[in-house]
Design a protein. Sequence first.
Length: 329
Amino acid sequence: MQFSEAWLRSLVNPALNTQELGHLLTMAGLEVEALEPVAPAFNQVVVAEILSAEKHPNADRLQVCQVNVGEAQPLTIVCGAPNARAGLKTACAPVGAVLPGAQLQPLQIKQAKVRDVASFGMLCSTKELGLPGDAAGIMELGADAPVGQPLRQWLNLDDSLITLKLTPNRGDCLSLAGIAREVAALAAVPFTPVDCAPVAAVSDATYTVSVAAEAACPRYCGRVIRGIDAGAVSPAWMVERLERSGLRAIHPVVDVTNYVLLELGQPMHGFDLAKLQGDVQVRMGRAGEPLALLNDQTIALSEDTLVIADDSGALALAGIMGGASSAVS
């Protein structure tokens, strides 16, 4: 199980550094398989805005950019990235900044002259900062990124990824809340429970659910939700926590269900209501029954596999993975 140290510390924050926290978990039987920083070391890289991008007088593939880094005067920076353009907010390493460099050897940015034009810094791609993402051009930050703020602070890069190798008897720690509770007990510090206040239904619509496999699933809960904004996107803080747990953001409904699973350990799945045929059924699979999963694989079910189904057939492997036929779109 992989998660962000910062996410864990939002629930419980013992007076331990990262290595001490990892040791505490391992000694408690929650073996830390990996403990690594989200980003390599770099400094003085800031959020910047390109004010103008003009063709270099002596080079076809270069542009001379005027860049606002939050100082009194903009910087002149020569850039060859195809996506450099006026209005773009990006990462800037001014003169004096230190980047990871090749083989993570520190590289200090110096003033340079590029085809007779003085350049006072570098506009950075994710690759140049040792970050994941598209390295075809310079970083593209959101419009709300504050010019002049250190990039590490804006993107919460002073964080670590913790990977636990959990044993089957520690299912109570298959969530951030469970791990936080354990850490609180081990370190004798307060634990901040996740606030799960009830959310009232805003629709009178219901959907019939029948449970045929009561021994495997004595209770199944669901809710009809309407009026979802098709153009909505998940908030940046949620996307960050999902990605640092090894999941990618897909759709707000899917992201919320994945987030609840990671934080509380409660499996959830969102079905597209328009794609359901008949009642929702919780039953065992039928021998050889096909199910096309969200990972583009089609499997043949066995009679000991718990599924969520409707009149058309199996819709999801219960608590594991949804099917393509009812995916949220």
